[in-house]
Design a protein. Structure first.
Length: 107
């Protein structure tokens, strides 16, 4: 799913990076900073990869296309942009279909 989203967004002219599990946790902050220096506009990642240990101050809008299996993981990941030093308003969006298990969990 992530590669498909990357392709769709890139076709719209956005600069996209995909954070995968291949990047060790202790190197994810540096990975992100390097991409931001390259003027990346969108970062795609599974919520589990950003659950802890990374600040997303540069990302004032987080969009969850798919929810994780754990609401705890989802909540932790959604707080990566709400950090000390954040000067922009933060938006967190959860995309889901009505009347589904996802909707029930998010409620």
């Amino acid at each position: 799913m992530t590669r498909r989203l990357e392709r769709i967004l890139a076709q719209q002219g956005l600069r996209v990076a995909v954070l995968t599990a291949d990047v060790p946790p202790e190197k994810r902050e540096a990975w992100l900073n390097k991409r931001l220096q390259g003027r990346v506009q969108v970062t795609i990642s599974h919520p589990k990869l950003i659950e802890t240990g990374i600040d997303l101050l540069s990302h004032s809008c987080l969009i969850f296309y798919q929810t994780a299996n754990s609401l705890h993981t989802l909540r932790q990941a959604s707080r990566r942009s709400w950090r000390s030093g954040q000067r922009k308003p933060v938006r967190v969006l959860y995309l889901h279909y009505e009347d589904t298990v996802q909707a029930s969990c998010l409620r």
